[in-house]
Write a protein that binds this ligand. Structure first.
Ligand code: NAP
Length: 463
């Protein structure tokens, strides 16, 4: 994939970038290793000052940075602004708490003194996706840098300007040279970079094939890797749910970020008693969604990030319909494009879509739909809801809507997911660990658990 900014709202090429050649990235890896020898000796106070300064820069340049994200991947501008603000939040969160999260832990043993201490690993390779092009990077970088690691970012090829802007934020914040570097390289270079002995660990947020590929490279080199991969999260609605709140949340959960979120609610599992009413309300809400230029503050749903993503989603929906599913709203990309003003007709738009009657055995039941498409299912009872929720290769974040305490406990105990949200939107929060199970990946980001992923948990025993 070429490294370039293509405006997904129009399909127009804005700017192309040359991928750096291996000797150049080898030099940057060397620079990272050299920087680590100095950076690892800096104090938590110094690092916290750099992270607080980065937070100030993010807030000062919020509108300019947000506009870059919208230009490169098409999310509505208000969502991009909120994303940049959340990056400032995570910088302050770790700036203020890393020292406590990584404090030595005294443990009584037969020793005169024994304790656990936490040390940074070195240069960490971060392979990141375009969907939250600032947030995904900062949620990795803030804890990794506070722990004393140095970072090399290989960002998605369609967000090069964001990738360079992030590097510039860290440089202006005052991080020593080589501590945070962006590598403009294609995915074909990732395995070789990961194999370099100066890279000590890696993390990837993205698709299953990309995760499997980096996981294999790190396995061969015996390096730690954290993988945050895809999902097809369930959203269970029972008879006792507050339907108004559930529908409101379902709309946000499915359409946020133009439907391109790993933790989006993707499969709506509805108890028969409320299914008709829920679907009527969800359809009305989807019908009211305003599609158009994501720079326009009145627009709710912008284009998908690339033409290839829109084509793939279209194929998935057509495949489901050919297999017997029904689109009760949306599903007709050509009809949507025909309604758009001329400059947007080359954009990668896709309508807000609801599929029902998805038959057993249909590929859609096991796949991730990365766009504004709600897959809906009716079930006779709560047992069937849990069974259907778990009948998927993924396990990221599940949402369950019920007022029944027994059902709440059952959902928490039995849903196969990295997180369970009862009567709420699945979302990431710096205070809570974030990650998946099954084919959604392994390892955790955010919170105390996140900062402990890339440290040597060193045992000290003194006679
Ligand atoms: P993607 O194609 O896997 O791209 C993600 C990153 O991996 C990009 O930097 C990409 O580089 C790189 N990459 C692609 N193929 C690779 C390979 N074979 N080896 C090494 N690196 C490779 O994913 P995407 O389409 O951008 O993102 C969508 C997916 O990410 C969805 O499945 C979504 O659910 C998942 N996601 C998960 C989380 C989470 O926290 N669990 C968060 C966000 C997104 P190029 O751009 O150069 O190809």
């Amino acid at each position: 994939m070429a490294i370039a900014t293509v405006n997904p709202a129009t399909g127009g090429l804005v700017k192309s970038f040359e991928a750096i050649a291996p000797p150049v990235w080898l030099g940057k890896v060397e620079g990272a290793a050299a920087a680590f020898e100095i950076y690892r000796r800096t104090t938590f106070e110094q690092r916290a000052a750099w992270l607080h300064r980065a937070a100030e820069i993010l807030e000062r340049d919020r509108d300019r940075l947000a506009a870059l994200a919208t230009l490169e991947m098409g999310k509505p501008l208000a969502a991009a602004i909120a994303e940049v603000e959340k990056c400032a939040l995570v910088c302050r969160f770790y700036g203020d708490r890393a020292a406590a999260f990584l404090a030595d832990e005294v443990i009584e043993t037969d020793a005169g003194s024994s304790y656990v201490t936490h040390q940074p690993l070195g240069a960490i390779l971060a392979v990141m996706p375009w969907n939250f092009p600032f947030w995904q990077v900062f949620r990795f970088a803030a804890p990794a840098l506070m722990a004393g690691n140095v970072a090399l970012l290989k960002h998605a090829s369609n967000v090069p300007q964001v990738a360079l802007a992030i590097e510039a934020v860290w440089a202006e914040a005052g991080l020593p040279e080589g501590v945070f570097q962006t590598l403009l390289v294609g995915a074909d270079q990732v395995a070789a970079i990961a194999a370099d002995p100066r890279i000590k660990a890696a993390t990837l947020t993205g698709s299953e094939p990309a995760g499997a590929s980096l996981g294999a490279a790190c396995g061969a080199a015996l390096k730690k890797v954290v993988l945050e991969l895809g999902g097809s999260d369930p959203f269970i609605v029972t008879e006792t749910a507050d339907l108004a709140a559930a529908v409101r949340t379902a709309v946000v959960g499915r359409l946020l970020n133009n439907g391109q979120s790993c933790i989006a609610a993707k499969r709506f599992i509805l108890l028969e008693a409320i299914a008709d009413e829920f679907l009527d309300r969800l359809t009305a809400a989807f019908a009211a969604v305003r599609v158009g230029d994501p720079m326009d503050p009145a627009v709710d749903l912008g284009p998908l990030a690339t033409a290839a993503i829109a084509d793939e989603l279209d194929q998935q929906v057509r495949g489901a319909i050919a297999a017997g599913a029904k689109a009760i709203i949306g599903g007709d990309r050509a009809a949507l494009v025909a309604q758009l003003p001329e400059p947007l007709r080359g954009g990668s738009f896709y309508p807000a879509t609801i599929l029902t009657d998805i038959p057993e055995g249909c590929a859609a039941r096991q796949a991730e739909f990365f766009g504004p498409v709600a897959l809906t299912f009716r079930v006779p009872d709560f047992d069937a809801a849990i069974a259907l929720a778990n009948d998927i290769p993924f396990g990221l974040g599940a949402s369950c809507w019920t007022q029944n305490p027994a059902e709440m406990h059952r959902a928490i105990a039995d849903l196969e997911a990295g997180s369970v949200f009862i009567n709420g939107l699945v979302k990431s929060d710096p205070r809570l660990p974030f990650g998946g199970i099954k084919r959604s990946g392994y390892g955790r980001e955010l919170s105390r658990q996140g900062i402990q992923e890339f440290v040597n948990i060193k045992t000290v025993w003194i006679a």
